[in-house]
Design a protein around this ligand. Structure first.
Ligand SMILES: [Zn+2]
Length: 450
């Protein structure tokens, strides 16, 4: 069964009408879009979920919904530089991210067309969202994951019993692998990153902003691959067409400043998003601009927002807070500005743990004893200390020296180290088994912090 569009998608360049939800024209490779839609009047809408906006959405014979959208907007109270800033809490969606709006449409399409597998590649939130919706619709999902994906996201994918393919590549390359697989396996295509339904689902954020706020002058949005900016702009187009607002708010796009910290917020990083040129035009049209933010600054602001406002958001989401602090008060008035908080901090616990060692121990269930064993093994492997006393000194003489000897004996008993008698001292040497163990531990504990 075909989905029914309110207005049929058309290629911006060659003018072909395309019924399938492609974002890129199969004939000339240019962007496909939908002309602004005139939907119901503001007063006719009783916003309960994204589907209350169905006069703007395509329709399907079968719908997969976990009640997404209608996310609240609240104001920043305790951070003085941006007091009064409106924040839209997109992490209040069913799987804690704005991607649920897209997943609901994509899975409805797949369900209506009787596909049994949906294939995606993303930095995690989109894969998690699709996994939840495909489970809800009793379909299968396959996720191509890029390297450096947060372990907490991988664990969630496993919970939804997603078929996980670890590409160990960057996101652009993971997306390419997903497309190839989707064509070979005859899975649902186009893949979510190249799907017009992604834009049409996420545009409901723009429509909701126009419904929920009386006066929006500026919107601050994480750039990422660009789909969120394009989507919110599409929502504003429909809101203007329907007479809900009279002009486009300025769009400020937040990108990741390239630095040694960039990996902390990889979901903001894409080498060359295909949408980049279109995004630039949109930003210019609305008289906004792009702001690059350093990943460490995002983490600090995420902690600040949790501590001062009670909102736990992931570092990539906090980028909009960092940007608002730079823009206010000269370029924006926080009271007439809204920042989109895209994802929950719970999805990125180990990114925060990069900064907070104790949190990491808690998250990964490491007892103090096992961490201490790791620290000792690491000292021996790095040849920083090779006997009991030197190890005790290196670890700051925190526990008794006897406890160090106790750990050394147990490491020796487990075959992780060997002893060599040199004069009066017992020198410790790491074994191959010890090195293997150390490598495994290094995957979950960042050495720099120890
Ligand atoms: Zn075309």
């Amino acid at each position: 069964m075909e989905l029914q569009w309110v207005k049929k998608p058309k290629c911006n360049e060659c003018g072909q009408v395309i019924i399938e939800p492609y974002l890129w024209c199969p004939h000339c490779n240019n962007l496909i879009s939908i002309q602004p839609i005139k939907g119901l009047q503001k007063s006719e809408i009783n916003l309960k979920s994204m589907w209350s906006l169905n006069s703007f959405l395509p329709s399907f014979p079968n719908i997969a919904s976990l009640v997404e959208g209608n996310t609240p907007i609240i104001q920043i109270k305790n951070i003085s530089e941006i007091k009064g800033l409106n924040v839209k809490l997109e992490f209040r969606n069913p799987t804690s991210s704005f991607r649920d709006r897209a997943s609901s449409l994509i899975v409805s399409d797949a369900l209506s067309k009787k596909y049994n597998e949906i294939i995606g590649a993303s930095t995690g939130s989109f894969s998690i969202s699709l996994a939840a919706y495909t489970s809800h619709a009793a379909l299968k999902s396959t996720a191509f994951i890029p390297r450096n994906l947060e372990l907490s996201k991988i664990e969630q994918l496993k919970m939804y019993s997603t078929n996980i393919i670890d590409t160990n590549k960057n996101l652009d390359e993971a997306i390419k692998s997903a497309k190839k697989y989707a064509l070979e396996q005859k899975g649902y295509f186009p893949t979510p990153n190249d799907n017009l339904l992604t834009i049409e689902g996420q545009k409901t954020i723009g429509l909701e902003l126009a419904l929920q706020l009386a006066n929006i002058e500026n919107v601050i949005i994480p750039r990422g691959s660009g789909t969120l900016i394009l989507s919110i702009f599409r929502g504003f187009e429909d809101a203007i067409e329907s007479g809900w607002i009279s002009k486009f708010p300025k769009i400020f796009a937040v990108s990741l400043k390239s630095s040694s910290n960039s990996h902390i917020a990889e979901s903001l990083e894409m080498k060359a998003p295909p949408l980049l040129d279109h995004i630039k035009k949109i930003i210019m049209k609305t008289k906004g601009r792009e702001l690059p933010i350093d990943a460490l600054e995002m983490i600090k602001d995420a902690s600040k927002v949790a501590k001062n406002e009670g909102l736990f958001i992931e570092p990539a989401s906090a980028s909009v807070i960092s940007a608002a602090k730079k823009l206010a008060p000269d370029e924006i008035d926080p009271k007439s500005t809204v920042a989109i908080l895209t994802g929950s901090g719970l999805n990125a616990l180990n990114k925060f743990a990069f900064q907070m060692r104790n949190l990491k121990k808690t998250v990964w269930g490491l007892s103090e004893t096992s961490t201490r064993r790791f620290e000792i093994l690491n000292l021996i492997a790095e040849k920083n200390a090779n006997h009991g006393y030197a190890i005790w000194v290196s670890l700051g003489k925190k526990k008794t020296i006897q406890s160090i000897y106790h750990h050394l004996d147990s490491l020796n008993k487990d075959g992780l180290i060997e002893f060599q008698e040199v004069g009066n001292t017992k020198k410790c040497i790491i074994t191959n088994k010890g090195r293997d163990m150390l490598d495994k531990m290094r995957e979950i504990i960042d050495l720099k912090e120890i």
